[in-house]
Ligand binder design. Structure first.
Ligand code: UN1
Length: 511
């Protein structure tokens, strides 16, 4: 394979390793057929949610013509990439993981600046992306395929996995590098080529992942990165040269991606909303539960599809637990995500902050909704008044309410009391979504009942609802997910096709 030497974007910041961002705005570039291009579409302005007057990166959107070129290049290079030994494809991912680890501090700080999660979370996420790349690199060394006995003499039946082709990848803002890594790494490892459109709020971190892969020697055209709006994403989903689409994002957009792909009979995998509940049962370790519920609800400012956004507390421990939780929530340090000691940053944008605040305000106007912590009041101090900040909020509901049903994607936890442990599990399951749940108890019967009854893709016992290890399946039930699971070896189902081979010698195995 030929590699074209490319000058990577963002080299203006290379000498800032370890230093604090911000610096001067980074220049946004698209990676198309192995070349970094400036783009000729509308203006792109990537601003920091903590200081919306600060420009993180700027450039111009990609056009449909760039998409066409990217898909054409991805299709042209596919046969060679698919025929490259799996170990050689894995070696590229290992080298890219090394680049991510080396730049984790700098790119993690950029992530925090661009997206709003804390610096520690940003750096952790870059390292997590590296781990994901390493897991999929090692797929080359794991067994592949299955062999079956045949009912006919001299024959065996094997199932072999082949790459699918060119995959359209669409990723959300909330994990700007980890979610792209867990889609792109398996796609590439199994021999596919990729055209990727990341969320418009986080183009810089998308560029960083692409840069790492290019630096690692990914051949031209195997991955293209196009920065643009939802319209470009729609064009990617429906592009005649794309074989399959993987998407993580909102439920509304996910459903439209499923519909478009359905009309084209195109394989699709979507990871969508969540309204994940934690249940604190009557025997729970309340201190542990409070710490974990806090982490689940407010890390990443509650902007994870796995975040804890509903809490059910069994009546016998409700007063004590809610008092403990409220005290901890009120003590959370909210502020500049790049500053030391800050535990929660802003939401990812001012419009996102306004939408969440509006939902809280409307909720508080309804009967049966009370505030345990936070609320709809804005911060008024000089540092936070300009950013997309909201206080971490806990609202107690007397019964059913839109705050119980609707995903807000922010630092808001809706609480209900359950008469007993059994009703608590019923309330956990009382949602159109089924991504993740957490149950706090040491009661084996309660755990067994939770495993049997809860219709969720991920269940945590005595830990927060968020988190996803690279080596195990991840994905939701009910309205949270569609298509094969992600991560671990489960990813192979979506990113490969199987061929069942009936293998028989012409002499029935005799020489
Ligand atoms: C995590 O819980 O660490 O968009 C990962 C999301 C999920 C990923 C969650 N797809 O928040």
């Amino acid at each position: 394979m030929q590699h074209t030497a490319v000058s990577t974007p963002g080299s203006d910041t290379a000498d800032q390793a370890g230093s604090a961002v911000p610096g001067s705005p980074r220049q946004l570039r698209h990676l198309v057929a192995g070349r970094w291009l400036p783009g000729e579409g509308g203006e792109l302005l990537d601003v920091s949610p903590s200081r919306p007057d600060q420009v993180v990166a700027a450039g111009r959107e990609a056009l449909t013509a760039d998409l066409d070129r990217a898909v054409e290049a991805a299709r042209a290079v596919f046969p060679r990439w698919a025929a490259t030994p799996h170990q050689a494809r894995g070696a590229v991912l290992v080298r890219a993981a090394g680049v991510l680890e080396e730049r984790a501090e700098q790119w993690g700080a950029e992530l925090s600046w661009e997206e709003g999660k804390t610096r520690a979370e940003g750096v952790g996420e870059v390292r997590r992306a590296a781990e994901i790349l390493r897991f999929y690199a090692a797929e080359a060394d794991r067994p592949t395929g299955e062999v079956f006995a045949s009912p006919r003499p001299g024959e065996r039946i094997s199932v072999v996995h082949r790459p699918v082709g060119t995959i359209g990848v669409i990723t959300p803002f909330n994990f700007p590098i980890a979610i792209p890594a867990w889609k792109i790494a398996p796609a590439l490892s199994y021999g596919n080529t990729v055209v990727w459109k990341p969320a418009g709020l986080v183009p810089l971190l998308a560029m960083r992942l692409a840069e790492a892969l290019v630096e690692a020697g990914l051949p031209d055209g195997v991955l293209s990165l196009l920065i643009g709006g939802g319209e470009l994403g729609g064009e990617l989903v429906s592009h005649p040269g794309v074989e399959a689409v993987t998407f993580t994002g909102s439920t509304a957009v996910g459903r439209s991606v499923i519909a478009r792909c359905g009309a084209l009979a195109r394989p699709v995998q979507t990871e969508m909303g969540g309204k994940n509940a934690a249940a604190v049962l009557s025997d729970a370790d309340l201190e542990l539960a409070a710490t974990e519920v806090m982490a689940g609800a407010f890390r990443a400012t509650g902007q994870k599809c796995t975040a804890t956004s509903r809490l059910v507390v069994a009546e016998p421990v409700a007063d004590e637990f809610l008092a403990l939780l409220a005290a901890k929530v009120c003590a959370l340090r909210v502020g500049d995500p790049l500053a030391d000691g800050v535990q929660m940053g802003p939401l990812a944008s001012v419009p996102a902050r306004d939408a969440v605040r509006r939902a809280v305000r409307e909720g508080l106007a309804r009967a049966g909704v009370g505030v345990l912590a936070g609320g709809d009041a804005a911060y008024t101090d000089e540092e936070r008044v300009v950013g997309a900040y909201l206080p971490p909020t806990v609202l107690e509901l007397a019964g059913d309410d839109p705050l119980w049903r609707d995903e807000l994607f922010g630092p808001v936890l809706a609480v209900r009391r359950a008469r007993d442990d059994s009703q608590a599990l019923d309330l956990v399951d009382d949602s159109e979504f089924g991504l993740s749940a957490a149950v706090f108890t040491d009661n084996l019967n309660a755990v067994s009942a939770a495993v049997a009854r809860l219709d969720v893709g991920v269940l945590h016992v005595n830990s927060e609802t968020a988190g996803a290890d690279p080596h195990v399946p991840f994905g939701g039930a009910k309205g949270s997910g569609h298509g094969p699971k992600e991560q671990g070896r489960a990813a192979r189902e979506f990113f490969t096709r199987t061929t069942t081979v009936y293998l028989r010698g012409s002499h029935g195995g005799a020489l």
